[in-house]
Design a protein around this ligand. Sequence first.
Ligand SMILES: [Zn+2]
Length: 199
Amino acid sequence: MIPTPFEQMVRMLARLPAIGRRSAERIAFKLIRQNETLLTDLTASLNEAHRLLCSCSRCGAVTLREKDPCGLCTDSTRDPVICLVEDAADVEAIEEAGGFHGRYHVLGGKLSPMKGTGPGDLRLNLLKQRNGEEHIREVVIALNTDVESDATAHFLRDQLAPLGVRCTRLAFGLPAGSGVEYADAVTLSRAMRGRSDWS
Ligand SMILES: [Zn+2]
């Protein structure tokens, strides 16, 4: 008989992205193993994060509670171009990759009839408000390439069209270090459609 607190911990862990029931159980067993300080350290770290961190009230990226709006939003040297992403982790990925010096807007999800996520669940009104306040020149839609993200991207384009702001989308191409013969048909046809002049 598994004690209720253990089951509760497993259920909470299984709510995290990419963690299934089996993985959640493994993690829970690891955390409560005797002579491990991991659970204590993790609890302290989570409490600290809860106390100090929040989502930026403007763009949705992770920031310190004492610095809201975040450094990206308040950096006056950033271009008036907004990169629209699904979640806050995407902001970090694009920043680390370099090559973009605009601002961000985290949607907080994508349209998904399966999960019951509709237009009202996306931070879209805030984006429209920002467009008016920040004199945005361009919105770059940087969503994933799965079917739901694709539908979301088209929906966003239709929503942004009446605002008169230029709307672009990340180019689709071949993964670095990969060969043409290994690319799937969708990637290959999109890469062909999105081909650009040599630069
Ligand atoms: Zn921000």
